[in-house]
Design a protein around this ligand. Structure first.
Ligand code: DUC
Ligand code: ZN
Ligand code: ZN
Length: 472
């Protein structure tokens, strides 16, 4: 089966070039600029299917490098399964996710990875891979890190937050970083000073401050900037590559910027919620409503000016990637676990469906360029996590993961509008985007076409990853 996408504007980090894209089976086989007759003059006549993309952007499918389907957290589980979550991702133009297998303290790392393979295998609509969370650094888990790298799991997440749950102390972090420096893998860090936060949380609760907004007020920017700085110092000391996840504080990104200026292998990620949502506008809504926006790192004060700085750092590449940290919980019975105690609200926001649209709004608003949009949503995540050039680029030999995006279309986000995530609310209610995901192709198969879903569970495959392609 061959498909020709003709007359579109193909966008890559290098820019925009009018091109026709020829797909054969699961792969892209040719990208031809107008006037290129090397494959014959009438390609359309030979193709089984022709899609006219005139006036549209043709971009590599989105790569969301940070999702949590079915994550056990706060006494419950993230509400999207690999089925529902990857279906929603496909609706929004994301064709690859990298989720997190979770090793809890006392478990074998290999067993936890096997459990995540079991959850995802045969159940996804798009391709997927895993990072491995190491919740208990010891001799066995350090050995397991080397084994996993050979199985295509080349990145390991550690937590400086959540004492007693996922937390690693500095000595454990150093040991895991030494392993990563040795085997070439990437350390991903949840950088918040969890011990300091726990003190502030206890004091807030003791003072009767139980509303959702105290989630942010007890995790001030200093706790993120301090932990980011400590993680970078430990990475510098050990030589480990370091990727700081879900950054929300401008002061923490300044620390990443300083490390990048010294040519260290240090990278930063942010998420749509930190670019658009805030303590004042969402988290402080009356009553318990703000619980919808409890996530960590937290939404920060708009008045402190984090959002504009994060957009700036996306332009300067001090922030390299926008992932979602998709971690959905329903309001009823899940977020409600924290009624009367903000610290018991499960942490997480669902956005896997909306990342491409929300970031395209940044293009419309003049905050990032068109090519930077593709770079931070697709190409860089693919290169950062060893998926490139199979993913993240429209080029001969790459997987035919392609989105046809209509800049003249509109997308109204809301629970009763475009919403396929397994949640009972939308954290993005009322966001109206200039732009629309028209067609989504995953490994040559059309999965979304003009608001119709054509994909199916089981289409997605596990992708073994190589080492990061950004390391020097
Ligand atoms: N942050 C979240 O918001 N949810 C899951 C875990 C995390 O670190
Ligand atoms: Zn985290
Ligand atoms: Zn996360």
């Amino acid at each position: 089966m061959t498909t020709l996408i003709k007359n579109g504007l193909v966008i890559s980090p290098q820019g925009a070039i009018p091109s026709d894209v020829l797909i054969d089976g699961e792969k892209i086989v040719a990208v031809l600029t107008p006037g290129d007759t090397s494959l014959g003059t009438n390609l359309s006549a030979g193709a089984d299917r022709v899609i006219d993309a005139a006036g549209k952007y043709v971009i590599p499918g989105g790569v969301d490098a940070h999702t949590h389907m079915e994550l056990p957290f706060g006494g419950t589980f993230a509400s999207d399964t690999f089925d529902t979550g990857t279906r929603a991702a496909a609706w929004g133009g994301t064709t690859t996710i990298i989720d997190f297998a979770v090793q809890k303290y006392g478990e074998r790392v290999q067993d936890s990875l096997a459990a995540w393979h079991e959850k995802a295998g045969g159940n996804t609509h798009i391709d997927y891979s895993f990072h491995q969370i190491i919740g208990g650094v010891d001799d066995d888990s350090l050995k397991a890190m080397d084994e996993l790298v050979n199985e295509g799991i080349t990145s390991f997440k550690l937590f400086m937050a959540y004492p007693g749950v996922f937390y690693s102390d500095d000595g454990q972090i150093v040991r895991a970083m030494q392993s990563a420096a040795n085997n070439g893998s990437m350390i991903m860090m949840h950088a918040e000073n969890g011990l300091a936060i726990d003190v502030l949380v206890s004091q807030a609760l003791a003072a009767g401050n139980t509303d959702p907004k105290y989630h942010s007020l007890t995790r001030p920017w200093e706790t993120e900037a301090e932990a980011t700085n400590r993680a970078i110092m430990l990475a510098r000391m050990t030589g480990a590559p370091l990727y700081i996840v879900h950054m929300s504080a401008k002061q923490a990104v300044q620390v990443v910027q300083a490390a990048k200026n010294e040519a260290l292998n240090v990278f930063g990620e942010t998420c749509p919620q930190y670019l658009y949502l805030s303590l004042e506008e969402q988290l402080s809504q009356p009553g318990f409503e703000g619980a919808k926006w409890v996530c960590s790192t937290p939404l920060r004060s708009k008045a402190e000016g984090h959002q504009d700085e994060l957009w700036k750092y996306l332009r300067t590449n001090d922030l390299s990637i926008v992932s979602t940290d998709h971690c959905p919980f329903c309001f009823k019975e899940q977020k409600e676990l924290g009624l009367g105690n903000f610290s018991a609200i499960p942490n997480g926001i669902g956005s896997v469906e909306h990342r491409l649209d929300l970031l395209y709004q940044g293009v419309v608003d003049g905050k990032i360029s068109l090519h930077r949009w593709v770079e931070i949503c697709s190409t860089t995540p693919a290169r950062m996590f060893g998926l490139y050039p199979q993913k993240g680029v429209i080029a001969p030999g790459s997987d035919a993961d392609i989105v046809i995006y209509d800049p003249a279309g509109r997308t109204e986000i809301g629970f009763h509008k475009t919403h396929h995530m397994n949640m009972d609310h939308s954290a993005w209610e009322g966001f109206n985007i200039e732009g629309h995901v028209d067609t989504v192709i995953s490994r040559g198969k059309i999965v979304v076409d003009n608001n119709e879903y054509l994909g199916h569970m089981g289409h997605g495959k596990f992708i073994k990853r190589g080492l990061s392609q950004y390391l020097i």
